[in-house]
Write a protein that binds this ligand. Structure first.
Ligand SMILES: [Zn+2]
Length: 225
Protein backbone atom coordinates (compact mmCIF):
# COMPACT_ATOMS: atom_id res chain seq x y z
CA UNK A 1 0.00 0.00 0.00
CA UNK A 2 3.03 2.27 -0.23
CA UNK A 3 1.54 3.80 -3.39
CA UNK A 4 -1.42 5.01 -1.34
CA UNK A 5 0.57 6.16 1.66
CA UNK A 6 2.81 8.35 -0.51
CA UNK A 7 -0.02 10.42 -1.97
CA UNK A 8 -0.73 13.94 -0.74
CA UNK A 9 -3.37 14.00 2.02
CA UNK A 10 -5.63 16.17 -0.16
CA UNK A 11 -5.62 13.44 -2.83
CA UNK A 12 -6.50 10.80 -0.25
CA UNK A 13 -9.39 12.94 0.99
CA UNK A 14 -10.61 13.37 -2.61
CA UNK A 15 -10.40 9.61 -3.09
CA UNK A 16 -12.66 9.06 -0.08
CA UNK A 17 -15.23 11.73 -0.93
CA UNK A 18 -15.34 10.83 -4.62
CA UNK A 19 -15.13 7.05 -4.05
CA UNK A 20 -12.16 6.67 -6.37
CA UNK A 21 -10.55 3.59 -4.83
CA UNK A 22 -11.96 0.07 -4.74
CA UNK A 23 -10.66 -0.87 -1.29
CA UNK A 24 -11.93 2.06 0.76
CA UNK A 25 -10.62 0.80 4.07
CA UNK A 26 -7.11 0.82 2.57
CA UNK A 27 -7.44 4.55 1.89
CA UNK A 28 -8.62 5.13 5.46
CA UNK A 29 -5.62 3.15 6.74
CA UNK A 30 -3.31 5.37 4.68
CA UNK A 31 -5.02 8.41 6.20
CA UNK A 32 -4.58 6.96 9.67
CA UNK A 33 -0.82 6.71 9.13
CA UNK A 34 -0.81 10.31 7.93
CA UNK A 35 -2.78 11.32 11.01
CA UNK A 36 0.13 10.03 13.05
CA UNK A 37 2.85 11.68 10.96
CA UNK A 38 1.18 14.89 9.75
CA UNK A 39 -1.14 15.54 12.64
CA UNK A 40 -4.80 16.10 13.22
CA UNK A 41 -4.95 19.63 11.86
CA UNK A 42 -3.46 18.69 8.48
CA UNK A 43 -6.02 15.90 8.00
CA UNK A 44 -8.89 18.14 9.02
CA UNK A 45 -7.82 20.92 6.65
CA UNK A 46 -7.35 18.42 3.80
CA UNK A 47 -10.91 17.14 4.24
CA UNK A 48 -12.37 20.63 4.51
CA UNK A 49 -10.68 21.59 1.23
CA UNK A 50 -11.74 18.33 -0.46
CA UNK A 51 -15.32 18.89 0.71
CA UNK A 52 -15.26 22.40 -0.75
CA UNK A 53 -13.99 21.03 -4.09
CA UNK A 54 -16.81 18.48 -4.08
CA UNK A 55 -19.52 21.01 -3.17
CA UNK A 56 -18.33 23.48 -5.80
CA UNK A 57 -17.74 20.72 -8.34
CA UNK A 58 -19.74 17.64 -9.15
CA UNK A 59 -22.07 17.98 -6.15
CA UNK A 60 -23.08 21.52 -7.07
CA UNK A 61 -26.05 20.47 -9.17
CA UNK A 62 -27.16 17.90 -6.59
CA UNK A 63 -27.71 20.15 -3.57
CA UNK A 64 -31.18 21.34 -4.50
CA UNK A 65 -32.99 19.04 -6.90
CA UNK A 66 -36.44 17.86 -7.85
CA UNK A 67 -37.67 14.63 -6.18
CA UNK A 68 -34.25 13.34 -5.09
CA UNK A 69 -31.43 11.41 -6.67
CA UNK A 70 -31.99 10.77 -10.32
CA UNK A 71 -28.53 10.36 -11.80
CA UNK A 72 -25.57 9.74 -9.49
CA UNK A 73 -23.13 12.66 -9.33
CA UNK A 74 -20.17 10.27 -9.49
CA UNK A 75 -21.06 7.61 -12.08
CA UNK A 76 -23.89 9.48 -13.82
CA UNK A 77 -25.95 6.30 -13.81
CA UNK A 78 -29.52 5.81 -12.55
CA UNK A 79 -28.86 2.63 -10.57
CA UNK A 80 -30.53 4.33 -7.60
CA UNK A 81 -32.30 2.75 -4.65
CA UNK A 82 -34.52 4.54 -2.13
CA UNK A 83 -33.90 3.11 1.31
CA UNK A 84 -36.66 4.73 3.30
CA UNK A 85 -38.15 8.03 4.32
CA UNK A 86 -37.98 9.26 7.93
CA UNK A 87 -39.48 12.19 9.83
CA UNK A 88 -42.54 11.89 7.61
CA UNK A 89 -44.89 14.85 7.90
CA UNK A 90 -48.66 14.48 7.46
CA UNK A 91 -48.31 15.71 3.86
CA UNK A 92 -45.71 13.03 3.05
CA UNK A 93 -42.63 15.25 3.21
CA UNK A 94 -39.63 13.81 5.01
CA UNK A 95 -35.98 12.85 4.98
CA UNK A 96 -35.29 10.32 2.25
CA UNK A 97 -32.29 8.04 1.87
CA UNK A 98 -31.21 7.86 -1.80
CA UNK A 99 -28.41 5.47 -2.66
CA UNK A 100 -26.32 4.86 -5.77
CA UNK A 101 -25.83 1.10 -5.83
CA UNK A 102 -22.80 1.41 -8.14
CA UNK A 103 -20.83 3.83 -5.97
CA UNK A 104 -22.32 2.85 -2.59
CA UNK A 105 -22.84 6.45 -1.60
CA UNK A 106 -26.01 7.96 -0.23
CA UNK A 107 -27.60 11.37 -0.27
CA UNK A 108 -30.26 12.05 2.32
CA UNK A 109 -32.60 14.67 0.95
CA UNK A 110 -35.06 16.76 2.87
CA UNK A 111 -38.06 16.57 0.62
CA UNK A 112 -40.60 19.42 0.58
CA UNK A 113 -43.26 18.72 -2.03
CA UNK A 114 -41.16 18.13 -5.16
CA UNK A 115 -38.12 20.01 -3.89
CA UNK A 116 -35.27 18.01 -2.33
CA UNK A 117 -32.45 19.63 -0.38
CA UNK A 118 -29.23 17.85 0.53
CA UNK A 119 -29.07 17.07 4.24
CA UNK A 120 -26.46 14.30 4.57
CA UNK A 121 -23.84 12.93 2.20
CA UNK A 122 -22.80 9.46 3.29
CA UNK A 123 -20.15 7.07 1.96
CA UNK A 124 -20.01 3.27 2.23
CA UNK A 125 -17.22 1.93 4.43
CA UNK A 126 -16.11 -1.64 3.80
CA UNK A 127 -18.10 -3.97 1.56
CA UNK A 128 -21.81 -4.22 0.99
CA UNK A 129 -23.51 -6.23 3.79
CA UNK A 130 -20.09 -6.80 5.36
CA UNK A 131 -21.11 -6.36 8.99
CA UNK A 132 -23.52 -9.04 10.17
CA UNK A 133 -25.32 -8.65 6.85
CA UNK A 134 -25.51 -4.87 7.16
CA UNK A 135 -23.84 -2.04 5.24
CA UNK A 136 -22.27 0.93 7.02
CA UNK A 137 -22.00 4.45 5.59
CA UNK A 138 -19.94 7.25 7.08
CA UNK A 139 -21.58 10.69 7.13
CA UNK A 140 -19.13 13.03 5.39
CA UNK A 141 -21.52 15.99 5.31
CA UNK A 142 -24.26 16.38 7.93
CA UNK A 143 -26.32 19.17 9.49
CA UNK A 144 -25.08 21.36 12.32
CA UNK A 145 -27.53 19.95 14.85
CA UNK A 146 -25.78 16.58 14.61
CA UNK A 147 -22.24 17.91 15.03
CA UNK A 148 -22.11 16.97 18.66
CA UNK A 149 -22.87 13.30 17.83
CA UNK A 150 -20.19 12.82 15.14
CA UNK A 151 -18.71 10.62 13.85
CA UNK A 152 -22.01 9.33 12.49
CA UNK A 153 -22.86 6.26 10.42
CA UNK A 154 -26.00 5.22 8.59
CA UNK A 155 -26.89 1.54 8.57
CA UNK A 156 -28.69 -0.26 5.73
CA UNK A 157 -30.01 -3.81 5.98
CA UNK A 158 -31.63 -5.53 2.99
CA UNK A 159 -32.24 -2.24 1.19
CA UNK A 160 -33.80 -0.58 4.23
CA UNK A 161 -32.34 2.27 6.25
CA UNK A 162 -32.52 0.99 9.84
CA UNK A 163 -30.92 3.83 11.75
CA UNK A 164 -28.04 6.16 12.55
CA UNK A 165 -25.08 5.28 14.73
CA UNK A 166 -22.97 7.69 16.75
CA UNK A 167 -19.50 6.52 17.74
CA UNK A 168 -18.61 9.66 19.59
CA UNK A 169 -18.06 8.05 22.95
CA UNK A 170 -15.80 5.10 22.51
CA UNK A 171 -17.19 1.95 24.09
CA UNK A 172 -20.78 3.17 24.20
CA UNK A 173 -22.18 3.51 20.69
CA UNK A 174 -25.45 5.42 20.48
CA UNK A 175 -28.16 4.35 18.06
CA UNK A 176 -31.07 6.28 16.62
CA UNK A 177 -33.48 3.66 15.25
CA UNK A 178 -35.30 4.51 12.02
CA UNK A 179 -38.68 4.03 13.79
CA UNK A 180 -37.77 6.81 16.22
CA UNK A 181 -37.17 9.32 13.44
CA UNK A 182 -40.61 10.82 13.75
CA UNK A 183 -42.00 14.10 12.54
CA UNK A 184 -41.65 16.81 15.19
CA UNK A 185 -38.79 15.12 17.07
CA UNK A 186 -35.45 16.94 16.96
CA UNK A 187 -32.62 14.94 15.39
CA UNK A 188 -30.37 15.53 18.39
CA UNK A 189 -33.04 14.79 21.00
CA UNK A 190 -31.06 12.44 23.25
CA UNK A 191 -34.21 10.72 24.50
CA UNK A 192 -34.61 8.92 21.16
CA UNK A 193 -30.96 7.83 20.94
CA UNK A 194 -30.15 4.68 22.84
CA UNK A 195 -27.07 2.77 23.98
CA UNK A 196 -29.26 -0.33 24.11
CA UNK A 197 -28.70 -1.61 20.58
CA UNK A 198 -30.94 -4.29 19.04
CA UNK A 199 -28.95 -7.59 19.19
CA UNK A 200 -28.34 -7.87 15.42
CA UNK A 201 -27.22 -4.23 15.25
CA UNK A 202 -25.02 -4.72 18.31
CA UNK A 203 -23.21 -7.59 16.58
CA UNK A 204 -22.85 -5.57 13.38
CA UNK A 205 -21.44 -2.57 15.28
CA UNK A 206 -18.93 -4.77 17.11
CA UNK A 207 -17.76 -6.22 13.80
CA UNK A 208 -17.56 -2.75 12.29
CA UNK A 209 -15.55 -1.32 15.18
CA UNK A 210 -13.03 -4.17 14.91
CA UNK A 211 -12.68 -4.02 11.16
CA UNK A 212 -12.90 -0.26 10.57
CA UNK A 213 -10.70 0.87 13.46
CA UNK A 214 -8.58 3.12 11.23
CA UNK A 215 -11.63 4.71 9.62
CA UNK A 216 -13.20 5.43 13.02
CA UNK A 217 -9.98 6.96 14.31
CA UNK A 218 -9.68 9.34 11.36
CA UNK A 219 -13.41 10.13 11.39
CA UNK A 220 -13.19 10.96 15.10
CA UNK A 221 -10.28 13.30 14.46
CA UNK A 222 -12.33 15.00 11.72
CA UNK A 223 -15.35 15.35 13.97
CA UNK A 224 -13.65 17.10 16.87
CA UNK A 225 -11.35 20.07 16.90
ZN1 LIG B 1 -22.84 6.28 -8.63
Amino acid sequence: MSSLADRPIGKLADMILNVLWQDRLAVWSALKSRLQTDGHKAIKTAFEEAKRRLLDGQMKDHLDVRWGMNLCMHCNDNNIEKNGIAYVAPNGDGLEFNQCLNCRIGILYNVHASRALLDIYTIGVGEKDEFNGMSFYWDAIYPKELEDMAPLYEIIRAGQWIGTLSLKEQGSPQFLPFEKMKHGIARDDRSVWTADLPPAVHTAVEEFINRARDQIEVASALAHS
